[in-house]
Design a protein around this ligand. Structure first.
Ligand SMILES: *Cc1c(COP(=O)(O)O)cnc(C)c1O
Length: 383
């Protein structure tokens, strides 16, 4: 067997050749005019993708660094924080707020479910002291997408800020930052933005700046005030991942030339095909259609068969990596990412290998039935 690999996990995701090429360009000094121009161009392009006129800070750290930056700059010790949890990453966001001394009301909607807006409305009405609301756009641990527009419409009417973890959704699922009034949006390089790990991005609204300027939490590397000072000159506070900035411009150019509507439609089509294939194979999906993510799909392993046994076969015999379950879903589900540099034939590879692996673990499937279901979606033969 050759060493050909198919990485189908929700980050890091495959990096397109044009991005790899851009990242291999000679380094430039980060205090140079060249870097300032690159920085300005990249922020302009990110503003299009994020649909915002707000400042966007590009931080050199993983996505969790952006989440911590969001909390460290807006949450004071003792502040009341409402945390909307639909899985592992929602829990992490809440845990960061706890680490900064917040009084966190963690509302669990159940793994596989999305946020119920009625509950959010009730919570906000019951406690006018809530300072910050935490939400996850795309819950990567369950393959659930939350209604950020709906959540934002509720938070906007209160003094609270809305902080959104969009790490695995931005670039795959549309997010109208300004139109919806999202105060802080966090994302990262290694998911739908098609870059290696190492950069995160954070947007800041005017409503959020007022809070940030008064904030008392200790912070240094993660201080947005330090970022802002340098940003005025298209500089960064500390040494940025220069090569990743070069790659980011290339990936943004790719997305913008495809057209963001087309990018989102492509993700929706891939998700639809994967879901149709899973159903045709007699597999159960974790998320219901109305809150299923377009960026990745979580699928239950058949009764009595460990999800990780299927994943092992896929990895060893077909070079394909699916993600496993996290937390309470470990061993019970596998997750197929179809975000970023992903298209129809990636789905065909994933599904055809999955069929073989299912047969190998002793689950009876009709070979080709999943592939056919996906093909029918691609050929427009299903509604
Ligand atoms: C990947 C991910 C993160 C951040 O993870 P890092 O490993 O710190 O980049 C945060 N939230 C969600 C929803 C994610 O998918």
């Amino acid at each position: 067997m050759q060493d050909k690999k198919y990485l189908m996990i929700p980050g890091p995701t495959p990096v397109p050749p044009s991005v790899v090429t851009a990242m291999s360009m000679p380094l430039i000094g980060h205090r140079s005019d060249d870097f300032a121009q690159l920085h300005e161009r990249v922020v302009g392009k990110l503003q299009k993708v994020f649909q915002t006129k707000n400042d966007i800070f590009i931080l050199t750290n993983s996505g969790t660094g952006a989440l911590e930056t969001a909390i460290a700059n807006t949450v004071n010790p003792g502040d009341k924080v409402l945390s909307l949890v639909t899985g592992n990453f929602g829990e992490r966001f809440a845990n960061i707020a706890k680490a900064y001394g917040a009084q966190v009301d963690e509302v669990e909607f159940g793994w596989g479910n999305c946020v119920d807006l009625k509950v959010v409305a009730e919570k906000l009405a019951a406690d006018p002291e809530i300072k910050v609301v935490l939400a996850t756009q795309n819950e990567t641990s369950t393959g659930v997408v939350n209604d950020i527009a709906g959540i934002a419409a509720l938070v906007e009417k209160t003094p609270a800020l809305l902080l959104v973890d969009g790490v695995s959704g931005i670039g795959a699922i549309e997010h109208k930052t300004d139109e919806w009034h999202v105060d802080i949006l966090c994302t990262a390089s290694q998911k739908a933005l098609m870059l290696p790990p190492g950069l995160s991005m954070i947007t800041v609204s005017d409503k959020a700046w007022k809070v940030i300027n008064e904030n008392k939490s200790p912070r240094f590397y993660f201080s947005l005030l330090a970022c802002k000072k340098q940003y005025e000159k298209w500089n960064t506070a500390y040494t940025p991942g220069v090569s990743l900035f070069l790659g980011l411009e290339a990936s943004l150019d790719m997305m913008l030339s495809e057209g963001m509507d087309n990018v989102y439609d492509r993700h929706a089509l891939l998700a639809k095909a994967v879901r149709a294939a899973a159903r045709a194979l007699g597999l159960k999906l974790l998320a219901e259609d109305h809150c299923a993510s377009n960026a990745l799909t979580a699928i239950y392993s058949p009764e009595g068969i460990g999800a990780d046994d299927i994943r092992k076969i896929l990895k060893k015999q077909y070079g394909i990596t699916f993600a496993g379950g996290q937390g309470k879903l470990k061993g019970k589900i596998f997750r197929i990412a179809h975000m970023g540099f992903a298209d129809k034939m990636d789905v065909m590879i994933a599904i055809s290998a999955l069929e073989m692996a299912l047969v190998q673990v002793g689950f009876s499937v009709e070979l080709g039935s999943g592939v056919r279901a996906a093909q029918e979606v691609f050929l427009g033969k299903v509604e």
